[in-house]
Design a protein around this ligand. Sequence first.
Ligand code: PGA
Length: 250
Amino acid sequence: MRTPIIAGNWKMNKTASEARAFFCEFIKLIKDVKDVEIIFAPPFTALSAATDAAKDTKIKISAQDMFWEEKGAYTGEVSPVMIKDAGCSHCIIGHSERRQYFGETDEAVNKKIKTALKFDITPIVCIGENLKEREANKTVKVIETQLQGGLTGLSEIDMHRIILAYEPVWAIGTGKTATPAQAQEVHKFIRDYIRKKAGDKIANGMRMLYGGSVTPENINGLMAEEDIDGALVGGASLKPDSFAGIVRFS
Ligand code: PGA
């Protein structure tokens, strides 16, 4: 039985005080929720405020990115040690916006995953095809390449420690969700890929999130699919009531 995960990615939204106000309201709305792992990824500047606001709850805090070096002359970067110190147990790695706007490659994703694991941070590794690739029937090929590059050199135990997020780029922030069947098809492909590389036990235990315009209205259909274990939510995670509506999926 895989415990579902609902994760909110705030992207470049919310100051520290806005984060505090959010949690104040949100925690009341999900008090009675059990058996769902809730994770938030605020921007770096709101991490400490978020950890502090969520400290008496089961909510976990994630960074949205990190660098692969521990410290040094890397102006503007944030290290795994720093995000851990700010209270993060997780880190999103390889989000399509990092890949698209900041040139992040599968090789960089791979280095970040390995470093996160070294510092006992759970990576939430994002993969997904863009519209052109989907229309050219290249979805599976793109996913396979991203998995190959991103997971190179990981042991079976390492694979056991990561969370994967399938986020079709054409569905992110567009209001165009993949249908449950479209998402399931790719999730199944990913689980089968992991099965080939790391065996049944690890593949069956791996949690895979869907991301791309998830809302309280479409979450139930997605969660009903066999290989979808949760969601990575952008826009709808910014308001306490809409995110609580997703966490309370049935
Ligand atoms: P969205 O973003 O829910 O706003 O589409 C998802 C994501 O980028 O993680």
